[in-house]
Design a protein around this ligand. Structure first.
Ligand SMILES: [Zn+2]
Ligand SMILES: [Zn+2]
Length: 359
């Protein structure tokens, strides 16, 4: 291994790492602009700037609605409207979007998952709707009641087919990922998949893998999305809906983070490196040493991703929005998930002693 990682790497060694102006780290202007294609035409339209939402038919009565930060969907059937989610950032604009295209009432609501930032305005649909969700979602909403998130009236465990007015949706639960109870909602006739908070098309997504709980399963869900025959992905964030190409791009970015995080763990878990970093601040500053160790690994993984030439020859910051600001948080989370969730080699053998200061 080369020597340049021998010293404890501090925040300032990696541009953009834990940067806030007053500590002398990069100011906003030192980060690259988001790639222009991240912002779809609707975003600059007067209508969107005035109304605060955009609605667009993806295919065959399946509509996508976005606030520019959160998105949701609805499907117009012969017998009424099926709504998927109700983020508070859209709120009553969900109803406005539906009224833009149909006079039919909302008869069914599907909760993608229990998080309030995606379904917290569901009471806008009124009391006379069927609400479909995973049984775990119902359990969580019973435990932590919220008038904005009325309890589901129909729940399922593995699979559920919802047919309303000639439209069929296939709901599937493949286990926890972003959170327990997060489901896949597939419209086979329209080839539209809804799966929230796994992929953020065109961006690095929000910090810590979009605040996800089971990171290994969150990675698995990225590939489960690709197993569907879809042309459009309603993904929950931020500016745009997904396509298979955008999903593949996101998968590649997070694979690079995993690669960098694994390499960082391998390098910084060697005992000479570990002891050097932990002891540097002094034996009686164990937790400072611990933080240096974690920061060193995060910085290594972040640098790995920020400097990597990707599959099309570009840097990640030239392909996805938010890379220089969000990658470090993902690196931390992914690194911790490797340490907690993935098989761990090299356990201590009988008779092998811990370093003296850890004994
Ligand atoms: Zn969520
Ligand atoms: Zn989200």
């Amino acid at each position: 291994m080369c020597d340049k990682h021998q010293k404890p790497i501090t925040a300032s060694d990696t541009p953009g790492f834990y940067g806030i102006d007053r500590y002398g780290f990069p100011e906003a202007g030192e980060h690259p602009l988001d790639p222009a294609e991240y912002y779809p035409p609707y975003f600059w339209s007067e209508r969107f700037q005035k109304l605060g939402y955009h609605v667009e038919e993806l295919r065959g009565g399946f509509y996508w609605v976005t606030s520019g930060s959160y998105d949701a969907a609805f499907i117009v059937t012969e017998d009424g409207v099926i709504a998927i989610d109700a983020p508070p950032t859209l709120g009553e604009n969900m109803l406005a979007a539906i009224e833009d295209v149909t006079d039919k009432p909302v008869t069914h609501v599907i909760y993608s998952h229990w998080h309030t930032d995606h379904i917290g305005a569901s009471s806008v649909y009124g009391p006379n709707v069927e609400i479909v969700a995973h049984e775990i979602t119902k359990e969580l909403l019973e435990r932590f009641p919220d008038p904005g998130r009325p309890l589901p009236t129909i729940t399922f465990t593995k699979e559920y087919t919802l047919t309303v007015g000639g439209v069929t949706l296939e709901l599937s639960y493949k286990g926890e990922n972003h959170c327990p109870g997060n489901i896949f909602i597939y419209a086979p006739a329209q080839k539209v998949l809804t799966c929230i908070d796994i992929i953020s098309p065109g961006s690095a997504t929000f910090m810590h893998c979009d605040a996800s709980q089971n990171i290994t399963a969150w990675y698995e869900a990225q590939h489960q999305i690709m197993e569907y025959d879809f042309d459009y992905l309603v993904a929950g964030h931020h500016m745009k809906y997904g396509t298979p190409e955008l999903v593949r791009e996101s998968i590649e970015y997070f694979a690079d983070i995993l690669e960098g995080a694994q390499a960082a763990i391998d390098i910084y878990s060697r005992s000479d490196r570990l002891i050097d970093i932990l002891l540097k601040p002094g034996l009686d500053r164990f937790w400072v040493g611990s933080e240096n160790w974690i920061n060193s690994m995060v910085n290594y993984a972040t640098k790995h991703v920020l400097e990597k030439k990707t599959s099309n020859g570009k840097l990640w910051s030239e392909r996805l929005a938010g890379v220089t600001s969000m990658t470090k948080y993902h690196a931390y989370t992914v690194m911790e998930s490797i340490r907690l969730e993935r098989p761990r080699p090299n356990y201590r053998l009988r008779g092998e002693n811990a370093p003296p200061f850890l004994a």
